[in-house]
Design a protein around this ligand. Structure first.
Ligand SMILES: [Zn+2]
Length: 243
């Protein structure tokens, strides 16, 4: 507590990792998305001298719910929960929050929440590792390795915490195309409508070596962002007054 007081007295920025607890095929841990977010956030925190909060491990995952172990929070509750964490931080003077989001399914709520908080003078940015290094990833992985639980994500797991990955259970599965799917259509499908294993595409080609390359590049991007935000003046971050 004394350390928290000392930090909040001199700093107005924190890093908050959020993720999910959902199936990633038989080889990967359920915690994949929150474990990756936590590791990235902690490493960037170390390199920037910014504190990292405990990870929010559960997210919006109802599309995976038929798979054992998936825990899902409704979008409304998730947004409210993360928002209240941000408001508590703001009470202690935090005005800049970097959310490291490990699960794409959380993005819509996080983006909406960030817009709402900006109206209250709190600036929240959302960092996601896969778009952050979107130029590097296609050089390391084929398109069929880049989807949910594919070789891309599995490689990052292998680099970070190999003891949680069981490559003897790695699986490749080409996702099924739903009969009413066509270009420009959004359908309320679950993972199970497209894959029986929970793996979208190719997973067996994952390697720790590739994962390390991804991690190094991702952490560099995250550090760059945190340092930029640290330096940015609040008057350039808060919303503009009406004209
Ligand atoms: Zn994932």
């Amino acid at each position: 507590m004394a350390e928290a007081k000392e930090y909040f007295a001199k700093s107005n920025i924190v890093i908050l990792p959020v993720g999910s607890n959902e199936q990633h095929g038989p080889a990967n841990p359920l915690g994949t998305d929150h474990l990756i977010a936590k590791a990235l956030a902690e490493e960037a925190a170390k390199r920037t001298d910014v504190i990292c909060l405990p990870v929010v491990p559960f997210g919006v995952s109802s599309h995976h719910r038929q798979f054992w172990g998936t825990i899902s929070i409704s979008p409304v509750t998730f947004k409210k929960y993360v928002k209240e964490i941000c408001l508590s931080l703001n009470y202690f003077g935090i005005e800049k929050i970097v959310i490291v989001n490990g699960h794409g399914g959380n993005l819509a709520e996080l983006a909406e929440m960030a817009r709402e908080l900006r109206e209250d003078g709190i600036f929240v940015s959302v960092f996601q590792w896969w778009p952050a290094v979107s130029r590097l990833l296609p050089k390391l992985f084929e398109p069929e390795e880049r989807r949910h639980a594919g070789a891309e994500e599995t490689s990052v797991n292998l680099a970070l915490h190999p003891r949680f990955v069981n490559m003897s259970k790695a699986f490749d599965e080409e996702p099924r195309k739903h009969s009413v799917m066509q270009e420009g259509i959004t359908l309320p499908l679950d993972t199970l409508d497209e894959t029986g294993s929970g793996v979208f595409g190719k997973q067996t080609s994952a390697s720790a070596e590739k994962g390390k390359k991804v991690l190094e590049a991702v952490v560099n991007e995250l550090v760059r962002h945190v340092n930029l935000l640290k330096k940015a003046r609040m008057e350039d971050l808060v919303e503009k007054p009406k004209i």
